[in-house]
Design a protein around this ligand. Structure first.
Ligand code: ASP
Length: 437
């Protein structure tokens, strides 16, 4: 089979997985209330196992991909000054875009007023979820034990250790040549590992979609329709307009082509609701499809998937305004400014896994003096919004990678301008493994 055919068939299979999975979920959910409930239940158990296996397979890739690509990327950024400059630009863009995101969210929510008229009174219904204090998060970014950091899957700690290791290998010069070669090989191996897992994507996505359609309460949306639409509208605005303008201003990337190239990655972020689990696909998208150099991608993507959560910040900002309106607790300008900074910090502290954004919202509400049980109001629609905000989160990472890469002359526009570039990245000839480079 030619490369093109194989790729086309994988994409088609993924699309089929989405639709058939969603349809299966709806059908099984229907039978859950009928005489065939036990069969439907058993089938849901199988689907659940399939979802867990696929999510685990994606998570399994995260630490090797993050660790190997950051060490490898830092190695190629041998000049520590260049590394510092790239880090400063990346962090700056992440911070500014998050502040823009939450500000737009708050302004729109204040104007539209999704919570007005609910007239709720505070009673303690919702148990405060555990969330780490921000001071603790900041002081633990440097690992005391890098092996423990890997065992615990602590992305920030792994990123910091990998950067230090990469710098040290670079500084060791000729004596570290063997290790440089080792990381070259590991980098190639990890890329193939990702390709192998991608072959399972259609089946994994089928199971995820079936599961999602079981848990999502479509009827809940109608109750919270205005809140849901405001969050959705601002998420789409951030993705298409804010990112589109930034790309237009700071790169030579055509926004329309950029968004087309995001398509496959968005399927993963949407179905997994996890920036973290999407890292391997995001890396593949920015390097092979958008032409961003591996060294810039290796730095911006894992970091962004851990700390850059514009979509999450939007939800947290709008949810805070919604809850204040629903409980008739007016917020002052000072409170709004506090919400902007708190939502920015909370989104940085949000791990790139499903539903953590809503847990971190508790911190924002507490600090502004709003009832934390207000979270219960929006919980029913959060699963669906999580899928969309995760997609915004990862698109923000890709946009930043392009902007930083452009400013460093590290984006290959020939690759970017080729609509088909990177499409055949998943060709694996399983019969001739040893002959391949
Ligand atoms: N699911 C989001 C992500 O992984 C985080 C969140 O907002 O819950 O990016």
């Amino acid at each position: 089979m030619s490369k093109k055919n194989l790729k086309l068939s994988l994409t088609t299979k993924i699309m089929l997985g989405i639709f058939l999975g969603g349809f299966t979920g709806l059908v099984l959910k229907y039978f859950l209330n009928g005489p065939d409930a036990s069969l439907a239940n058993n089938l849901f158990i199988v689907v659940n196992i399939g979802s867990n296996l696929f999510m685990n397979a994606l998570q399994m890739l995260v630490i090797p991909v993050v660790f190997v690509s950051i060490v490898h990327g830092t190695l190629s950024l041998t000049d520590v000054i260049v590394l510092g400059r790239v880090a400063a630009k990346t962090l700056g863009i992440y911070l500014i875009t998050t502040v823009i995101a939450v500000t737009i969210g708050i302004v729109v929510a204040v104007i539209i007023g999704p919570g007005r008229g609910a007239n709720l009174e505070s009673v303690s219904l919702y148990k405060l979820p555990e969330s780490k204090p921000i001071t603790e998060i900041i002081s633990s970014i440097i690992p005391t034990n890098p092996i423990a950091a890997m065992a615990n899957g602590d992305s920030i700690q792994i990123i910091i250790f990998a950067i230090f290791l990469g710098i040290a290998i670079g500084l060791a010069g000729k004596k570290a040549k063997a290790v440089v070669n080792l990381f070259e090989s590991l980098n190639a191996i990890v890329a193939k590992l990702v390709d192998c897992i991608m072959l399972l994507a259609p089946y994994g996505i089928f199971c995820l979609m079936a599961n999602i359609f079981k848990t999502i309460q479509i009827s809940a949306i109608s109750n919270l329709l205005v809140y849901f639409l405001v969050v959705l509208g601002v998420l789409i605005f951030q993705m298409l307009i804010t990112y589109g303008i930034l790309l237009k201003l700071f790169t030579k990337v055509t926004p329309v082509l950029f968004f087309k190239k995001m398509k496959e990655m968005l399927i993963f972020s949407f179905t997994t609701s996890s920036s973290n689990a999407t890292i391997p696909v995001t890396m593949d998208t920015v390097t092979n499809r958008c032409g961003v150099s591996k060294k810039i991608a290796a730095f911006t993507i894992p970091l962004g998937s851990t700390i850059n959560m514009d979509g999450t910040a939007i939800m947290q900002g709008i949810a805070t305004v919604f809850i204040s309106q629903a409980y008739n607790i007016p917020l002052t300008i000072h409170d709004y400014l506090l919400v902007v900074s708190l939502a920015t910090v909370a989104s940085i502290g949000t791990a790139g896994i499903p539903s953590v954004g809503i847990v971190m919202l508790a911190m924002v509400l507490q600090k502004v003096g709003l009832p934390v049980e207000g979270i219960a109001l929006i919980l029913s629609v959060d699963r669906l919004l999580d899928m969309v905000r995760t997609s915004v989160n990862v698109t923000g990472d890709c946009m930043t990678a392009c902007v930083v890469a452009h400013s460093e002359g590290e984006i290959d526009y020939q690759i970017f301008n080729d609509p088909k570039a990177g499409e055949s990245a998943k060709d694996i000839d399983l019969h001739r493994m040893h002959d391949k480079q």
